[in-house]
Design a protein around this ligand. Structure first.
Ligand code: HEM
Length: 318
C-alpha cells in the first residue's frame, strides 16, 4: 500500500479509501485463505469492489437512513435483496478462492469434514463479511484517531515501535504484543468507535441483569439489545469517558480496563468459545491493527493525514 501511495504524494494528497481496501482485501485473503490476489489480475484489481458490492446488498436492509422516511423502510429495509444482483461478483470471488486457496480448502475437508463448496462459502463469508467488512470500518477510525491527535502521539508511537522492533527483531504478532502504547491506541480507537456497535440476543431463561445501581428482571424469550458505544463510555469505569486518551490501556490499571472493552461482543480479557458469541477474530483484529501501526512507524517518522487522504510522509533521516 505504501509503495503505491508514496510516489504519488509529490503531486498532492492521495485518498486512502481505495488503497486501504485493496490492502485489507489482499492481507485477509492471504491470512485466512492462503490465497494471493497478485496471482489473479482481475481479483487484484477488482476483488475489493466485488466484495463491497456483495456486502452492500446484505447490509443495506439494516443500515439506518433517516432521509425519505417512511419510503426507505418500505422499499429498502423490508426485504432481502435477490442474489442475482451480485452473483457475478460472488462467483468470481468463489473461483479465486477455489483456485488459489487449495491448501486451506483441503484442511476444511479433511480436518472439519466439510464438503468443498461449504468450505469455500465459509471462507468467503469470514474473509468478506467478518474480516474485510470489519476492517474496512475499523481502519478508517484508526487513521481518523491519528489525524485528530493533538498530543504528539505519532512521536511516542514511533519511539516505542523502534525500541521494540527496530533492532532486527522485526514485526510479528508476538513482537507487537510488547508494544503497550501501540496496543492501547488500538483499544482506545475501538472503545470510542466500535465498528459493530449493536448486538441482539434473546434470553434463554429468566435472569436478573445487574448494573452498577439497579437490577432488571429479564424473562425467558425477551429480546435484548446491547449498544457498545454507550457501555464503553461508562463514567463509573472510564475517567473522562468522552475523550480519546491514547495511553488509557497501558500499565497495571490500564490492563484492568480490558474487562470493560466490548467491541468484540465480549470483554477484551475474555476468550471466544463455542458457548459465547464473542468475535472469533478478537485477537487477530487488534494484533493486525497494531502491526499496521508498527509497520507505519518503522517505515516513516510521521504521516500527515487530512480528510480521507495522506498529504505527506516524513522518512527517517539516514
Ligand atoms: C475489525 C474487524 C472485526 C470486528 C469489528 C468484528 C466484530 C464482531 C462482533 C461484534 C461479533 C459479534 C456479532 C454478534 O453476534 O452480534 C463478531 C462475531 C464473529 N467474528 Fe468478528 N469482527 C471483526 C473481524 C473478524 C475476523 C477477522 C474474523 C475471523 C478471522 C472474525 C470472525 C468472527 C466470527 C466467526 C464471529 C461469530 C462468532 C459467533 O457467533 O460465535 N471477525 N465479530
Amino acid at each position: 500500500m505504501w509503495d503505491t501511495i508514496e510516489p504519488q504524494l509529490s503531486s498532492g494528497p492521495v485518498s486512502y479509501l481505495i488503497p486501504i481496501q485493496k490492502f485489507i482485501f489482499a492481507f485477509s485473503s492471504l491470512c485466512i485463505a492462503g490465497a494471493d490476489p497478485a496471482n489473479s489480475p482481475d481479483i487484484s484489481e477488482n476483488g475489493y469492489m466485488r466484495m463491497d458490492r456483495w456486502l452492500a446488498v446484505q447490509l443495506l436492509p439494516s443500515i439506518p437512513i433517516n432521509a425519505f422516511q417512511p419510503l426507505v423502510e418500505i422499499f429498502l429495509h423490508s426485504f432481502a435483496y435477490p442474489f442475482f444482483l451480485v452473483s457475478g461478483d460472488y462467483n468470481k470471488l468463489y473461483e479465486f478462492i477455489e483456485t488459489e486457496g487449495k491448501e486451506v480448502i483441503s484442511r476444511g475437508q479433511t480436518e472439519f469434514k466439510l464438503g468443498k463448496e461449504d468450505v469455500i462459502h465459509n471462507l468467503l463469508f469470514i474473509l468478506g463479511f467478518n474480516a474485510f467488512g470489519g476492517f474496512s470500518i475499523f481502519f478508517l477510525s484508526l487513521l481518523a484517531s491519528l489525524e485528530s491527535d493533538t498530543t504528539g502521539i505519532q512521536e511516542k508511537l514511533r519511539k516505542e515501535v523502534r525500541e521494540k522492533a527496530g533492532s532486527g527483531i522485526g514485526l510479528s504478532f508476538s513482537s507487537v504484543q510488547e508494544m503497550d502504547l501501540v496496543q492501547s491506541f488500538v483499544y482506545e480507537t475501538l472503545r470510542l468507535n466500535p465498528p459493530v456497535p449493536l448486538q441482539y440476543g434473546r434470553a434463554r431463561k429468566d435472569f436478573d441483569l445487574s448494573s452498577h445501581d439497579a437490577v432488571f428482571k429479564v424473562k425467558k424469550g425477551e429480546l435484548l439489545c446491547g449498544f457498545q458505544a454507550l457501555a464503553m463510555k461508562d463514567p463509573k469505569v472510564f475517567d473522562d469517558p468522552e475523550t480519546f486518551v491514547p495511553d488509557r490501556f497501558t500499565g497495571e490499571k490500564g490492563k484492568e480496563l480490558l474487562d470493560y472493552l466490548y467491541w468484540s461482543n465480549g470483554p477484551q480479557s475474555g476468550m471466544p468459545s463455542v458457548s459465547n458469541k464473542q468475535c472469533a477474530g478478537k485477537d487477530f483484529v487488534t494484533l493486525t491493527a497494531s502491526l499496521f501501526l508498527a509497520h507505519l512507524y518503522l517505515r516513516y517518522d510521521s504521516v500527515t493525514i487530512a480528510g480521507a487522504s495522506f498529504s505527506g510522509v516524513e522518512k527517517p533521516k539516514p
